[in-house]
Design a protein around this ligand. Structure first.
Ligand code: 6FA
Length: 763
């Protein structure tokens, strides 16, 4: 018997197919009991495909799906059984007549498809399926809930063996809302390899509703009770936890993920260096390999964008770019309260613990620097100066330099090798891994502990605070809002989503809900890739196969002494320029240059071994904002995309790109590949898939501010209307940093630790 989600509303819901292990958004039409399901790759994967599934009672002889929500001028997929196999085709109709076969998409039937006595099931990969070209053309908005339509017939097609078969008009049809925005899954590549997820993404409630008093859960708790519980071991969490434990406080860090770099017990060893103990996360040059692996367990599976779910959080998976913050990014004009603008002492503390380098290889040499040489010629002619990026942080106008990282000794270093190590050396500090915090336990405005998914660590999975203790959420821009929502803190529609989820029973009584704008003000740097070609470039095989079959000499060099191309990540040069937008607001344009490219759309021929990419970002001053939320499976996603929602941002980005490529012809043999020579910058930006503008630099979803209607935390990073709940991570940032944000987040965490320790009433 098939495990079919029974859906009665005209809206898709999360559906785990226990036969193949795929997690879908699915709709079951109640009159024919046909299920239509779809799952998409992570949004940032810049993909145009999805996996679909039809589960069909045999009475229905053919079934069709319109991902445009109508019969005409939309991509139609139609399938039927033929013996024990499924026959399918993509179609298009420009009128209410027989749809014709449409050549654009590539349909591949996946192995879990079958036909049996009661049902036929078609599981398929649909490539080149998010837009279509007919008389009008159309596309799917992958960020939201789209109108989809089904059609079916109880009359068989005329020639079942022929994918192009004609058939009679459908005997029934209908419509529903397909939640595409919530259907992006970081497990997608696994699904293509036939590996399903072992469970639904829905967190299993593990404890009863609890609004217990501070003393009721503390007695027998095996992990004890704590002065401070820090949730999340990323950029914010590790820094704040170290400073609190340094001050003698008893500190527990709870991290949902497992080990990362070798020093944390990570054992995903690079196949090219099997005896080295070096993991994927230790070797800086393996960064690009994270995005093509079929089993990226390091990315959170319940967030539709890339986010690190392992010890170190984003700092264990990121590109390592590391820029000490500017005065402008902590300015009141960027939304910070005035008591936060003096970031320098905290940045100095960070710098002392975690210095930067722009020569990461231990032999003191730079590698793969050809794109630096090309782009520096362009920028010099545009009046740019050259600097050591972190030697003069405030110089961020008409300036470029070698990429700076927080790598040391040729390895990924970050807060895991520094702050975490000093913390672990203290008896008053503990790191609990593979443990997820679902919510905080509270009596009204007083937090008494956290509710985890591990009942072995305390009664009902609860870990308690000591008297006057405090909880600090450092679970990141998606993770922190989700914990707040599950704790009854946030806008009504998000708490409603929790009420509709399996975690509903864990919410406090409605009388204790705290209405705050959690999830609003979300930001991420809009970014656009330019791809160029020059004969001097080594594209490094576009970073393909570096995990399985790296260039042998380079792998051997790295293993020998942590030197060579693998001692650095892919970026080679970064640049900045300030622009005044049409609205009079100052915005920073930032660029990152790296050998190689991926996902190129161009009409020009090119040599893939000679290409490089300039990614152009908007940073501090960007005014576009989105919203982060959850659905009833508690999956987190940007429910409103944050890129270029303000045309003033678009205008600056367009101008910035035009300026960068203005003098291309001054560098002999330099050629722009994407956009190609028939595409204007305006149309390149206008037609750029918004989801591909993602930079993984999310901020703002629990922003700091001066009142509880426009912000989530106060000037001490304490959640409004609570007594002892704090947020210290990227989510408190009111405006975007000047680019890659990890140094700014760690500086802010240094500052937050000082403020929290100084705040009266604590443990
Ligand atoms: N930032 C940079 O500055 N330079 C870069 O080169 C750079 N590159 C990337 C990048 O290539 C990728 C793919 C990603 C995902 C991010 C990049 N970033 C870069 C951004 C940077 O890493 C993030 O901005 C930064 O790490 C954010 O710091 P936060 O402290 O706000 O959050 P984290 O994601 O680091 O940590 C959250 C932790 O909480 C994770 O370990 C997570 O597993 C844990 N967590 C979440 N929910 C939890 C729960 N319910 N219970 C327990 N733990 C939880």
């Amino acid at each position: 018997m098939l495990n079919i989600a029974i859906v009665t509303a005209q809206q898709s819901v999360a559906f785990h197919d226990s036969e193949n292990g795929f997690n879908f958004q699915a709709y079951t039409d109640p009159s024919h009991n046909v299920t239509y399901a779809a799952v998409f790759p992570p949004v940032c994967a810049n993909s145009t495909e999805f996996i679909g599934e039809f589960i069909v009672p045999v009475a229905n002889k053919w079934v069709g799906l319109s991902i445009g929500g109508a019969m005409i001028n939309a991509l139609l997929l139609v399938a039927w059984p033929n013996g024990n196999s499924i026959v399918s085709s993509a179609r298009i109709a420009t009128d209410y007549v027989q749809p014709t076969v449409y050549a654009g998409p590539t349909l591949t039937t996946l192995p879990s498809s079958h036909v049996n006595a009661t049902h036929w099931k078609w599981v398929f990969r649909c490539q080149n399926c998010t837009s279509w070209a007919d008389t009008t053309g159309g596309s799917l908005d992958i960020s939201t809930t789209d109108a989809w339509a089904w059609a079916l017939s109880t009359v068989a097609v005329n020639n079942p063996a022929d994918p192009a078969s004609t058939f009679q008009e459908h005997t029934d049809f209908g419509f529903w809302g397909q939640n595409v925005g919530g259907a992006h899954d970081s497990n997608y590549a696994n699904y293509l390899n036939g590996q399903g997820a072992t469970a639904t993404p829905t967190p299993t409630p593990t404890a009863p509703t609890t609004t217990s008093s501070p003393t009721s859960t503390a007695v027998t708790n095996p992990v004890g009770s704590w002065d401070y519980i820090v949730v999340g071991s990323g950029a914010g969490g590790l820094v704040v936890a170290d400073r609190l434990s340094e001050a003698g406080k008893k500190v527990l860090v709870i991290e949902r993920g497992g080990p990362s770099v070798a020093i944390t017990g990570g054992n995903v060893v690079w196949p090219a260096a099997p005896n080295s103990g070096l993991t994927r996360f230790d070797v800086p040059g393996l960064f690009e390999s994270e995005f093509s692996d079929p089993n990226p367990f390091w990315f959170c599976k319940d967030i539709t964008f890339f986010a690190g779910c392992l010890v170190g959080g984003g700092t264990s998976v990121n590109g390592g770019l590391y820029w000490f913050p500017t005065t402008a990014e902590f300015a009141t004009s960027n939304g910070w309260p005035s008591n936060w603008t003096n970031h320098q002492p905290y940045t100095a503390k960070l710098q002392a613990r975690l210095p930067s380098t722009d020569v990461p290889s231990t032999d003191g040499k730079r590698y793969l620097e050809q794109p630096y040489n090309i782009v520096s010629q362009l920028l010099n002619a545009q009046g740019y100066g050259n600097t050591t990026i972190n030697s003069n942080s405030d110089w961020k106008d008409h300036v470029y330099g070698y990429s700076a990282w927080n790598f040391q000794q040729g390895l990924r270093w970050g807060p895991v090798h520094t702050y975490l190590q000093t913390s672990l050396a203290r008896k008053n500090f503990k790191l609990l891994i593979n443990t997820q915090v679902n919510s905080v336990v509270r009596n009204g405005s007083t937090i008494t502990g956290v509710l985890t998914n591990d009942t072995s660590i305390g009664p009902g999975g609860v870990v308690s605070l000591n008297p006057n203790g405090r909880v600090i959420l450092s679970a990141g821009s998606f993770g922190t809002p989700r914990i707040l929502f599950q704790s009854g803190i946030g806008p009504a529609d998000m708490i409603q989503a929790v009420q509709n989820s399996p975690s509903a029973s864990q919410l406090p009584p409605a009388s204790q809900f705290i209405n705050l704008p959690v999830g609003y003000n979300a930001a991420d740097n809009p970014s656009i890739n330019l791809v160029l070609q020059h004969p001097s470039i080594d594209s490094y095989d576009n970073w393909n196969n570096i995990w399985t079959t790296p260039r042998p000499a380079d792998a051997a060099q790295f293993v020998a002494n942590h030197s060579g191309p693998f001692a650095g990540a892919s970026p080679k040069l970064n640049f900045w320029r300030v622009y005044l937008g049409p609205d009079g607001v100052q915005r920073y344009l930032q660029g990152t240059v790296r050998p190689g490219a991926s996902g190129i759309t161009t009409s020009l021929a090119y040599n893939s071994s000679q290409i490089f990419t300039i990614t152009v970002y908007l940073s501090t001053g960007t005014t576009s904002r989105g919203r982060i939320g959850i659905d009833s499976t508690l999956k987190a996603s940007p429910i409103v995309f944050p890129w270029l929602t303000d045309p003033n941002d678009t205008a600056v980005l367009v101008q910035g790109i035009k300026d960068i490529i203005a003098n291309l012809k001054t560098v002999p043999n330099l050629q722009l590949i994407a956009p190609d020579n028939v595409t204007t910058v305006e149309s390149y930006v206008a037609n750029y898939d918004p989801s591909s503008m993602c930079s993984n630099h999310w901020t703002g979803s629990a922003r700091i501010g001066s009142n509880s209607s426009t912000s989530v935390v106060d000037q001490n990073a304490k959640v409004w209307n609570t007594n002892n709940l704090f947020v210290v991570d990227a989510s408190i940032f009111p405006g975007l940093p000047v680019g890659n944000p990890q140094a700014a987040i760690m500086s802010a965490a240094e500052q937050a630790a000082t403020k929290i320790l100084a705040l009266a009433g604590g443990p």
